[in-house]
Design a protein around this ligand. Structure first.
Ligand code: DQA
Length: 143
């Protein structure tokens, strides 16, 4: 399976910001672990991170139009809670997307309890730290 792992706004600072919430592993370290996990399972993986909403929309369009992957693991960061543009982009494409979060957003501030993306996603994983990404991949592979 060809998997695209996308990270949105502020996720480039993972391992450097709010370590008590997001852990000490950097995004590069998390991605290296995902890469090893995918290789072991015979899957290929591509990584993309941007702090720019439109660039994330463009990446979703590219995946759809150029058929570059079979499933998407997407941690949109704070965009999750209010980006109708990302929601529409996910709804527009025929590739399953798993909304993914490092932290348990439901155990945090009230505004994080809302996701405008979840309704158009295949599934949602949150709260397992960096292992949330691996759980999302397992979900994609087995559904
Ligand atoms: C996050 C949760 C979001 O609420 C937050 O804005 C983030 C990270 C997570 O991975 O836990 O930036 O998506």
């Amino acid at each position: 399976m060809r998997i695209l792992v996308m990270n949105g706004v502020n996720l480039n600072l993972t391992g450097k910001r709010e370590k008590s919430v997001y852990g000490a592993a950097t995004l590069e370290e998390i991605n290296a672990n995902i890469q090893a996990f995918c290789e072991k399972n015979g899957d290929s993986v591509e990584f993309f991170q941007s702090n720019v909403e439109g660039e994330l929309v463009n990446k979703l369009h590219e995946a759809f139009l150029q058929k570059t992957c079979d499933g998407i693991v997407f941690n949109a960061g704070a965009f999750t809670h209010y980006s109708y543009a990302l929601r529409d982009a996910i709804a527009a494409i025929d590739i399953p997307v798993v909304e993914t979060h490092i932290s348990n957003v439901h155990a945090r501030e009230f505004f994080r309890h809302t996701s405008v993306l979840a309704e158009v996603c295949k599934g949602v994983v949150c709260g397992f730290g960096a292992a949330s990404y691996l759980a999302a991949i397992v979900g994609l592979k087995n559904s």
